[in-house]
Ligand binder design. Structure first.
Ligand SMILES: *[C@@H]1O[C@H](CO)[C@@H](O)[C@H](O)[C@H]1NC(C)=O
Ligand SMILES: *[C@@H]1O[C@H](CO)[C@@H](O)[C@H](O)[C@H]1NC(C)=O
Ligand SMILES: *[C@@H]1O[C@H](CO)[C@@H](O)[C@H](O)[C@H]1NC(C)=O
Ligand SMILES: *[C@@H]1O[C@H](CO)[C@@H](O)[C@H](O)[C@H]1NC(C)=O
Length: 388
């Protein structure tokens, strides 16, 4: 029952709006600077403060982010797109002399060599400071095309040789983009709504439920239910139903993953992708092999069984590995990873207990009628489904 409840909670949470975060209005700025509005950006402990001047289309901006003093922080406006590429960015960091420096740079690629250069809009002032464990970038900018809804991206990462050199490519560091409405003060994640994050979550849930829960459950049903004479042939149909629905849900989750991957230019999660494609091939093979299953009296049936078990267990192991890789990429709240660990540990525990029970039953039957032993611990040589 417990896994079902956890899964339901996981699914429900997808459709609830993410809790709005307010920025602390008690933040103070040097030189008595005051800002009309502020918004918590929700990622990388960053807040944005600004005053918009409609009369001349400019905005005074303060970007503040808690960060180690040896790292850089950056914030920028993407005038014609979303995400990192094309962002007109301000970088703040400590130079080799220990002074806080601010430079501007338009990001042309995912592997830029950052240097001070002009932006595509006017910058009237720029300044940065570091205090109380946080960088603050102050800037006054002409809003590109006089737009009051800005697509923004922000970042934090390492400095080497006095220049920003790179940042982590998972969790907050790839989710730190969004749009801010200067008039209403509303911010949304990931640029004009968080539909991409939403789809990533759906991809995660579909795959965790299908590959990560239903498939192992189907294997447990096949391995342990068949030992009970009364469960024959019900176990077979349950097993097929479980694996087939897992396959259908799993392939839709897999397709969504491929789509997300093709949209994410510049960042490829190689091992997650390769394992995902291998899983699809193995599972498809498994479905088609069902159609080629030799009759139970056929001498090749034993080989088919060996193959079926090998591929089946490989799929389960790879699925669990890939789900944990997915958790590392998506980096959701810890509770979801913990929930999945609880589910998979419960399934593992159940399998362990049933394994012991099965052995006890089989050994008992064997000692009672050694001649007529038919189960072989339901392994490769074991009795097969009657209708096969
Ligand atoms: C824009 O207008 C505001 C007042 O509305 C003024 O304080 C500010 O200096 C102006 N900025 C520029 C760059 O002209
Ligand atoms: C934005 O609008 C203001 C006021 O109408 C104008 O002075 C300014 O030049 C405009 N800026 C741009 C970039 O078009
Ligand atoms: C982006 O927008 C700016 C200002 O509107 C324009 O000058 C520039 O050519 C645009 N760049 C691209 C790549 O469309
Ligand atoms: C970066 O370039 C601007 C002019 O484009 C200049 O005003 C500023 O001082 C430069 N900053 C640094 C840190 O070199």
């Amino acid at each position: 029952m417990r896994p079902a409840i956890l899964l339901l909670a996981l699914l429900l949470s997808l459709f609830l709006p993410s809790s709005a975060q307010n920025c602390a209005s008690d933040q103070t700025f040097s030189n008595n600077r005051l800002y009309a509005r502020c918004s918590s950006l929700g990622r990388l402990s960053a807040t944005l403060h600004w005053t918009y001047h409609p009369s001349n289309g400019t905005a005074d901006i303060a970007y503040r982010a808690t960060q180690d003093s040896s790292n850089f922080v950056a914030w920028g406006i993407n005038p014609n797109g979303t995400g990192m590429i094309g962002t007109n960015a301000f970088f703040a960091f400590h130079d080799s002399g220990g002074a806080v420096k601010v430079i501007t740079y338009i990001l042309p690629s995912y592997t830029p060599s950052v240097s001070n250069s002009s932006l595509s809009f006017n910058v009237y002032s720029r300044e940065a400071e570091y205090s109380n464990g946080a960088y603050t970038i102050y800037a006054t900018v002409a809003l590109p095309s006089n737009k009051t809804t800005l697509n923004t991206a922000w970042q934090a990462g390492q400095v080497s040789g006095g220049v920003p050199v790179g940042h982590a490519t998972s969790g907050d560091n790839i989710l730190s983009k969004g749009s801010t409405n200067l008039l209403s003060g509303e911010s949304s994640e990931n640029g004009g709504g968080n539909s991409r994050l939403h789809r990533k979550n759906i991809h995660g849930v579909l795959n965790a439920v299908s590959w990560g829960v239903l498939m192992p459950l189907g294997a447990i049903i096949a391995r342990y239910l068949r030992v009970f004479k009364s469960a024959d042939p019900a176990w077979f149909y349950l097993h097929v139903a479980c694996q087939c629905s897992a396959y259908i849900i799993g392939v839709s989750g897999w397709g969504l993953g491929l789509k997300l991957g093709s949209e994410s230019k510049g960042i490829t999660y190689h091992s997650h992708r390769v394992i995902g494609i291998a899983l699809f091939c193995l599972a498809t093979l498994q479905v088609f092999a069902l159609l080629l299953r030799p009759n139970k009296d056929n001498k090749y049936r034993m080989y088919w069984n060996v193959y079926h078990h090998l591929v089946g267990y490989s799929v389960i192991v790879l699925s669990v590995v890939n789900i944990f890789k997915g958790f590392d990429i998506l980096d959701p709240a810890k509770k979801w990873k913990h929930a999945y660990i609880a589910i998979i540990a419960t399934l593992g525990g159940v399998a362990l207990v049933l394994e012991a029970v099965t052995w006890a039953i089989v050994l008992k039957r064997k000692s009672r009628s050694p001649e007529k032993f038919e189960y072989g611990t339901n392994g490769y040589g074991g009795r097969q489904h009657q209708g096969a």
